[in-house]
Design a protein around this ligand. Structure first.
Ligand SMILES: [Zn+2]
Length: 129
């Protein structure tokens, strides 16, 4: 008798594959799409975006996060801050150390972001000068 295995319900967060990452990058050359978009992994309209501004060594940075809670894939990268580009940030008052600690736990981090999304504090409002 074969042992029954659970259906594929792996709840661990994983990074997108390189091909999927390419797709996201290509679509988001300009950070204008802040609404949910099609997830390159599961194909549902559940890929979300969150931008967080920070300052490292006197240089303004924007941390961009993409995640899909449906298939639990995510990615993120830092870019130099752009002048004339403004976005609302419900976590703006979070200290850098606290933000770093939060973002290190994918479960806690994306749970927080999804809660903000449910509270309509996300998606963010963005503005170009
Ligand atoms: Zn997905």
């Amino acid at each position: 008798m074969t042992s029954t295995t659970l259906p594929a319900m792996d709840s661990r967060w994983r990074g997108f594959s390189l091909g999927e990452l390419d797709e996201i990058l290509e679509r988001n050359q300009r950070i204008d799409a802040i609404e949910e978009q099609t997830c390159p992994h599961c194909g549902r309209d559940s890929l979300r975006t969150y931008l967080h501004g920070s300052e490292r060594g006197g240089t303004a940075m924007t941390l961009t996060h993409f995640w899909c809670s449906r298939c639990r894939h995510y990615t993120g990268w830092p870019t130099p801050g752009r002048s004339g580009f403004w976005f609302s940030d419900p976590l703006a008052d979070t200290s850098w150390n606290r933000f770093l600690a939060l973002s290190r736990s994918e479960d806690a981090f994306f749970e927080t972001l999804d809660a903000l999304w449910a509270n309509t504090l996300l998606p963010q409002r963005i503005q170009h000068a």
